[in-house]
Design a binder for this molecule. Sequence first.
Ligand code: NAP
Length: 255
Amino acid sequence: MDVTKFGMKFQGKVAIVTASTQGIGFSIAERLGLEGASVVISSRKQQNVDAAAEKLRAKGIEVSAMVCHVSDAQQRKTMISKTIQKYGKIDVVVSNAAVNPSVEPILQTQDSVLDKLWEINVKSTILLLKDAAPYLKKGSCVVLIASVVAYNPPPTMALYGVSKTAVLGLTKALASEMAPNTRVNCVVPGFVPTHFTALFTTNDATREDLEGKTLLGKLGRTQDMAAAVAFLASDDASYITGENLVVAGGVPSRL
Ligand code: NAP
């Protein structure tokens, strides 16, 4: 990555990015960090947290790293309190964690799976922001991560898609509730090869099919999603709130 092309838009800022030890979350932490932010990274597994922190520090980024399973109330609270203890404030919260535990049709999905989708993909964001809210002062911002399948959930990702539709709604509702001090926006990724999508993107035929659905003829990169988050979290977007920014290479999404 050519870091010289970035500005230092986040100098002096503190950014929490959940689920940030690999994939899109890692790239978001990396991008905000390269632009000057102190970043707080986390995920479920200590070894992943340690490895990601080491990679970011090797790039000169100021990092705090800790285990935080987003549905664990104590770990969420500890993440917020450690951030405040160390940096004294929170400027940016990026809520990135999600699961996709089922390919079942909606009406055949077990209760436990329904609960998990709600718990990780929607409720944990609400609870994290509840914990962070007292520290989100004027000029702060929140970026949620949805998915382009939120607009028209396909059969194999129906409930996951619906959980992401809820994230689009949550963006609008929280933007209203947290205004005027905190802006709330959402990045809506298309298909990006990561561990999360390995089932689709490592199969040549499926990958080509997905590429063919884009106007740009290619899948996204984690850095493309990070660039959109960095824009929405920056002062360049200071008059933007309640928006869902699709970053999907032209995959049909909405008017
Ligand atoms: P990924 O590469 O599989 O990375 C997932 C990250 O989340 C890892 O760091 C993982 O680390 C952590 N994690 C998983 N469950 C967690 C939990 N319960 N609490 C805290 N951390 C957790 O995934 P990704 O593709 O970057 O996806 C990130 C976000 O982008 C998700 O919201 C996803 O829905 C969205 N998205 C992705 C795509 C795509 O094509 N990739 C498209 C649309 C939307 P540990 O294993 O250590 O917990």
